[in-house]
Write a protein that binds this ligand. Structure first.
Ligand code: SF4
Ligand code: SF4
Length: 368
């Protein structure tokens, strides 16, 4: 059997599910409750739901989603600012496809495009530099969302714009870092979790070492894992087994791509171009040093310094994405879930994003 077939083989999945259930039942016998595990990464959330594993484990392991979907954690104000920027004359606004339908206070970027604003979807930030090169008479702004996985790509875009000596290119940074948000969640006492499934792609950049604080300072275990069903189950099993045995370590179960120290080239790109900044998270407010902005030397590429954008007062909705990303509630606890809020008419980002918890529950776990 080749490796990929192994990762998705139904017989292996079935026996892995049983292993997790048995380990979780031992935990329940010890503690009179099921273990609570937070999957930090949005793609893990989606993969757990899509593969049916979340449903299969629902009585034995409480898998809760965390703040790891870059779209879901983007603050409403950032989207409003983008819509404001898109409204400026001679501006081309570029972003990832997932951001287009996320509602701001009143409108989304799709609405702005329908109204005639030049808003374009790109697959990579570097593509937005090419757009700037081809449109020297226009200001091209890239909406820079994402975690450690995406931030090096933003640095590469700025490096390319710098080498091309472009004067009409800038990035609106609203990026996020994993460690500060996990610390904030744990310090707040809001996340009642026994352990973490740690994000595969982020870890490729930041490395296994970057999670040592979890065990050293919070006494909690974590497992870095991949995205295929057998990898998800292997990571969950290792985590539940550690909980059952009272062990608190960070285990790297994704060694084929994640190293001890991460990707040094990506890290050096990040430290060359960016410096820490306080960043606003949806439903969580500003978290100190939880984002990155361009260093002074690259201020010319910083859209926040170049453009004065006024953001309208935020409109309050009944959307509970803020609580979803903190693992406080499940999507079904939101009164709008499946009624006023669906993937066709999303009210919040957790229903829009391909990594969003509400979208995952709506598509794969909804009870008719
Ligand atoms: S970018 Fe990768 S690691 Fe980060 S949330 Fe998305 S899938 Fe997970
Ligand atoms: S169901 Fe919709 S409105 Fe409710 S929390 Fe999720 S995205 Fe927000």
């Amino acid at each position: 059997m080749d490796v990929m077939n192994f990762y998705t083989d139904p017989a292996v999945i079935r026996s892995s599910v049983e292993k997790v259930k048995n380990a979780a039942r031992d935990f329940r016998n010890q503690h009179q409750r099921v273990p609570v595990i937070m999957e930090v990464c949005g793609s893990h959330t989606m993969a757990f739901a899509r593969s049916g594993i979340k449903t299969a484990l629902k009585d034995d392991v409480n898998l809760i989603a965390g703040p790891g979907c870059p779209v879901c954690v983007t603050d409403q104000k950032a989207i409003d600012a983008m819509i404001g920027l898109a409204g400026k004359q001679d501006t081309i606004l570029c972003t990832f496809g997932d951001m287009m339908r996320v509602p701001g206070s009143r409108r989304s970027l799709v609405d702005a495009r329908t109204e005639g604003k030049d808003v374009r979807v790109v697959y990579s930030p570097v593509d937005s530099v090419t757009i700037a090169e081809r449109n020297p008479e226009k200001e091209v702004v890239f909406l820079g969302i994402g975690f450690e996985t995406t931030i090096p790509l933003l640095a590469m875009a700025v490096r390319k714009a710098e080498r091309l000596n472009l004067k009409n290119y800038s990035v609106w940074m609203t990026t996020k870092l994993v460690e500060p948000v996990l610390r904030t969640l744990l310090d707040s006492g809001e996340a009642e979790v026994d352990g973490f499934l740690l994000p595969g792609h982020v870890s490729v950049v930041s490395g296994e070492k970057s999670y040592r604080f979890l065990t050293a300072e919070y006494g909690l275990p974590g497992v870095i894992t991949g995205f295929e069903p057998v990898q998800l189950l292997s990571g969950t099993y290792k985590l539940v087994r550690m909980l059952r045995e009272g062990k608190h370590a960070v285990v790297n179960d994704y060694r084929s791509v994640v190293g001890q120290s991460g990707n040094q080239i990506a890290q050096s790109l990040m430290t060359t171009y960016f410096t820490f900044s306080d960043e606003e998270w949806r439903g969580m407010g500003a978290i100190p040093a939880s984002g990155l902005v361009l260093k002074e030397a690259y201020a010319a590429f910083d859209a926040k310094r170049r453009f004065n954008v006024t953001v309208p007062p935020q409109r309050k909705t009944a959307c509970r994405c803020g609580e979803i990303i903190k693992g406080r509630i499940a999507p079904e606890d939101c009164a709008l879930f499946g009624k006023g809020c669906t993937p066709v008419n999303p009210v919040g980002p957790c229903m829009v994003s391909t990594e969003g918890t509400c979208a995952a529950h709506y598509q794969y776990m909804r009870e008719e």
